[in-house]
Design a protein around this ligand. Structure first.
Ligand SMILES: [Zn+2]
Ligand SMILES: [Zn+2]
Length: 331
């Protein structure tokens, strides 16, 4: 269950934020993936990469000046945990990125980003009861217009160093910008951190929120809020449509599964975190119960489908699998 709040007007928006939106209004944004560029370019490297695609109709561009007035932005609040909401853009842009807002006791965070940002959204985000602390991005498919967001909201932008080359606004990062390149793990605030898992991209990461450290929210909900840890997984660990299983994809649009070795590594990185819920950055993809056991079972199922089983950190071929035949033939 969710509650939707449409943002069609804005209160006071600082002049610096309006200046940022104005300055970046005409920067090219790829229509297919929503990535914003520093300057016009003939092709979009994100879409040329096999993890995305150039539409059959060809490369096309838009910008914030076009998107702002032509899109409706709304906030969709999760009724199970009123501290979690997502930013929806209608009609969708790019790959329909729907960033999350986490309103924790220690501050608010934006997880992942979208192409569209307008004064109404800026006004809403700057008016959150818990001040915004950071934007963190899971991987290059969500880089979108994140430098514009970071400048307009004046919050640090956390990007994993391993995916540095995919950031399409490297050339105009200024000394005063708050871009934080990190590796391995980065603490965003009390109980909130990003953890690099690799897989889909070398810098693919999850956001972990340890809700056990949270005092009850000020506005008491009608039912107890979840207190377990929760992971926000984006494409690194995708929630299947059943919302009771995960899957592991290298290229979602081109339907290429993830290498079993990378899947095993993801489990190793995430398995030590205490969590019971998980959600990926797409609407209605939420595992509400026993998410860690679901993850362990899903990894086992993925490996088995590829002909492998895990023994500790090692992969061994399943009896009768193609892999066993290949290995036997190599002896
Ligand atoms: Zn693109
Ligand atoms: Zn992706």
């Amino acid at each position: 269950m969710t509650t939707q709040l449409q943002l069609d007007s804005h209160g006071s928006v600082p002049s610096h934020a309006l200046d940022v939106l104005q300055d970046d209004a005409l920067l090219p944004i790829c229509k297919a993936c929503g990535t914003q560029y520093s300057a016009p370019t003939p092709t979009c490297p994100i879409c040329e990469d096999p993890r995305q695609f150039v539409p059959a109709s060809g490369q096309a561009w838009t910008n914030l000046a076009e998107l702002g007035p032509s899109r409706t932005v709304s906030i969709v609040r999760d009724d199970e945990d009123v501290r979690i909401s997502s930013i929806n853009v209608d009609p969708p842009v790019g790959i329909n990125q729907t960033p999350f807002i986490l309103e924790t006791a220690g501050g608010s965070y934006i997880w992942d980003c979208a192409a569209t940002i307008n004064p109404a959204l800026v006004g809403y985000l700057l008016g959150l009861k818990q001040p915004l602390k950071a934007i963190a991005i899971s991987h290059p498919h969500f880089f979108a217009s994140s430098l514009t967001w970071s400048r307009a909201l004046r919050v640090p932008l956390y990007l994993c160093e391993a995916d540095n080359r995919w950031f399409q606004r490297l050339s105009d990062i200024r000394p005063e910008d708050k871009v934080e390149w990190w590796s391995g793990e980065a603490i965003l605030g009390q109980g909130v951190k990003v953890v690099q898992c690799g897989g889909h991209f070398p810098g693919s990461c999850i956001l972990y929120w340890d809700r056990l450290q949270e005092p009850p929210p000020a506005e008491l909900p009608t039912k107890p809020v979840p207190v377990s840890g929760i992971i926000f997984t984006a494409d690194t660990i995708m929630v299947q449509p059943t919302q009771t299983k995960f899957t592991f994809i290298w290229s979602a649009p081109n339907m290429i599964p993830l290498d079993p070795r990378a899947v095993l590594k993801i489990l190793k990185v995430v398995d030590h975190l205490p969590f019971a819920q998980a959600t990926s950055t797409w609407p209605n993809r939420f595992v509400r119960e026993d998410a860690k056991k679901v993850l362990q079972d899903s990894v086992r199922a993925h490996l088995a489908a590829c002909g492998w089983a895990a023994e500790g950190d090692q992969l061994v071929p399943l009896e009768g699998s193609v892999q066993e035949g290949v290995l036997a033939g190599a002896d």
